[in-house]
Design a protein. Sequence first.
Length: 147
Amino acid sequence: MRSTGMPMNVDYSIGAADLTCKDLQKVGTVRDKGENVLLPWIVKLTEKVSSVSDQLEASVPAGQAVQVASYGNWQDTKSKGNCGPVIMSFLPEGKHTYLVEFVWQGTARCMSRVYDVTDPASKVAVPTVPRTCPRSVIDIWLGRSGL
């Protein structure tokens, strides 16, 4: 699991797809290094001071649909915001490796996608099913994922 497009934090959670929005287990937080949007010296500085990884790994059972929830957020001295949660499910196959990417499209839009990366020479898009989870007005107002 990783983030791409902007150097902002993304929280990932996973769970069984038949329990939409229930019993999601937090996997952790990732952050794009920002190599495509920041000056090289800023990228190096943030790598040294940030404790957030650029990629996470998790194991899921083959042949059972899994749901992945991702929620992006940021805060600086002038602004703060979030994007998501983006929730989707897919069916992992045995002996395959998958990459789940949270894609920042500026600061107000985001999406997620899944690739089969079993063969490192090729990334193959994996079909996903979008999911939605109810969020309270308070969660929305406070900028929380509601998960």
